[in-house]
Design a binder for this molecule. Structure first.
Ligand code: XMP
Length: 513
């Protein structure tokens, strides 16, 4: 299937996939490649445009990443962003230096609205800056199309050669008109028509999976969450009964969740799938005995999962591929991109080094959560499954701070079920991106029926977010919180205190561990 494509060359910035996603939002297919990609490969891909990402380096230092100058001779429009703008300036004879004043955060930039890149944009527009170097002088033949009081070249271009650059980041939402600028780049400058929609991604991926798998057997790690459900249905469409979905009930699921997953994907469910449920609660609890450290728990749960799958694979015999519903934020936060490791996400960093399958297939690896939901809708998955809030692979294991025991699982399951019920009763379930109860490791003194209690505190968490990379605490009406508190302390044995977590991400994370 031939379709328009814009490629992003990754110079090590944190927003590389975000740029790709913003371009896809313009209905233009976009993928990320390393900045060293051979020129011949770019020619073969025949992209309509190229975008250079930002990056943490200084272009004038010897070891810093720069691409080949040949790229500018391909006749393909290039947009350099932040470090990418500096790479363009440096390679084409401009001057890049440490800025006398660095800029960080929302900054008003004056742009030339006669130019195609800024068409329809306000002449003074708020943009997200994050730089300590700057382009002191644009290369010969370039016009300066944007500036701030301290940044003489906030944007520059040489339209005759199809070259454009911005010192600021149009891809982040803090740049008020950034999406407009990217849309101008792909439509007005690259001449794209916008032939990409999620259905093309789904179709293309299904085709690629078919070609890769051939007549091999595939095992899918199905948790019943949005990501693995979408991955499973995609695989089922691609390879039908060559796929077996294995659902491991590790005893760390939400209340009644095991049965709910079986009701959808099992023999009496809505899909014609090979489905196996493994009840492995005791096995996981035993492995987690005495383990308190979050990363250790994550690795144990991740590894045990894989061991269970391997055992199932052996029973089925000759399984070549393992499918996982890994999505882009999992990859980034597990430190497999260039950012620091925040948590080893189950699916990714939580995997043991040695996995007994020929290959792992992760069809959603480049998508953000809302894109995965869109893919799910394209696949015809019912809305109540597609719009489910996310649930992490290690499950309640990372919502119980400290050691996991069967009794603590019971407490957090019961408290969480009440919380979810009350949020739904209040009609808030669609407005909050993710909400759950967690069990703190704190016990404190209370009084109940004239008796002293010394019990656990349950923490309630609720956040709003679009990409799950950053999040805000959701403002739940006090009366709803009070009702949940009342029910939890009255109905859940072992809890005498309920707290509400106000932390945003950053500095917190959404899960507790
Ligand atoms: P954090 O806690 O890192 O979570 O802010 C961001 C989003 O990722 C989910 N999450 C996970 N999902 N495996 C997953 O599949 C994991 O190990 C994992 N850890 C966190 C979390 O629920 C939130 O939606």
């Amino acid at each position: 299937m031939s379709q328009e494509k814009v490629i992003v060359l990754d110079f090590g910035g944190q927003y590389n996939q975000l740029i790709a996603r913003r371009v896809r939002e313009c209905n233009v297919y976009c993928e990320v490649h390393p900045y060293q990609i051979p020129i011949q490969k770019i020619r073969e891909m025949n992209p309509k445009g190229i975008i250079f990402t930002g990056g943490p380096n200084s272009v004038y230092l010897e070891e810093s990443p720069v691409c080949s100058k040949e790229i500018f001779k391909l006749g393909i429009p290039v947009l350099g962003i932040c470090y990418g703008a500096q790479v363009m300036a440096y390679l084409l004879g401009g001057s890049v230096k440490t800025a006398p004043t660095s800029e960080y955060g929302k900054t008003e930039v004056t742009v030339d609205t006669d130019k195609a890149l800024f068409s329809g944009v306000a002449s003074d527009t708020v943009c997200w800056m994050s730089h300590t170097d700057y382009i002191e002088k644009a290369p010969d033949g370039f016009q300066i199309t944007g500036h701030t009081p301290v940044c003489p070249v906030a944007a520059m271009e040489c339209p005759q050669r199809g070259l454009y650059a911005t010192q600021f980041h149009p891809e982040v939402l803090h740049t008020a008109e950034g999406q407009k600028m990217l849309s101008n780049f792909v439509y007005k400058i690259c001449g794209c028509k916008g032939d990409w929609k999620m259905d093309s991604f789904v179709e293309k991926t299904i085709q690629e999976i078919r070609e890769k798998v051939g007549d091999g057997k595939v095992l899918c790690a199905l948790s019943g969450g949005v990501d693995s459900s979408v991955a499973a249905v995609m695989l089922a469409k691609a390879v039908g009964k060559q796929l077996t979905c294995v659902f491991v009930d590790h005893g760390l699921l939400r209340k009644n969740e095991g049965d709910e997953v079986e009701a959808v994907f099992g023999t009496k469910g809505i899909y014609d799938l090979n489905f196996i449920r493994i009840n492995a609660q005791d096995r996981f609890y035993k492995k987690l005995e005495g383990i308190e450290e979050p990363e250790a728990k994550r690795k144990i749960i991740g590894e045990e999962f894989i061991r269970v799958f391997e055992e199932e694979a052996k029973k089925i015999g000759a399984v070549d591929y393992l499918v996982q519903g890994t999505i882009y934020p999992d990859v980034i936060e597990s430190g497999l991109g260039k950012s620091a490791t925040i948590k080893s996400h189950h699916n990714v960093g939580g995997l043991p080094d040695c996995v007994d399958f020929r290959e792992i297939i992760e069809p959603l690896r480049l998508l953000f959560k809302d894109e995965v939901r869109q893919a799910g809708r394209e696949l015809g998955i019912p809305e109540y499954l597609v719009s489910r809030q996310p649930f992490p692979g290690p499950g309640l294991g990372i919502r119980i701070i400290g050691e996991v025991t069967a009794d603590k699982v019971r407490i957090v399951q019961d408290a969480d079920a009440i919380y979810r019920q009350e949020i739904a009763n209040a009609g808030l379930d669609k407005a909050i991106s993710q909400y759950f109860a967690a069990l703190t490791n704190m016990r404190s003194v209370g009084v109940m029926g004239d008796e002293r209690t010394y019990d656990y505190a349950v923490a309630l968490r609720a956040v709003t977010t679009t990409d799950f990379m950053t999040a805000e605490c959701a403002e739940i009406p006090f009366a709803v919180l009070q009702k949940v508190m009342n029910r939890v302390v009255n109905e859940v044995k072992g809890v005498n205190r309920v707290v509400y977590d106000l932390t945003s991400k950053p500095p917190g994370t959404i899960e507790f561990e």
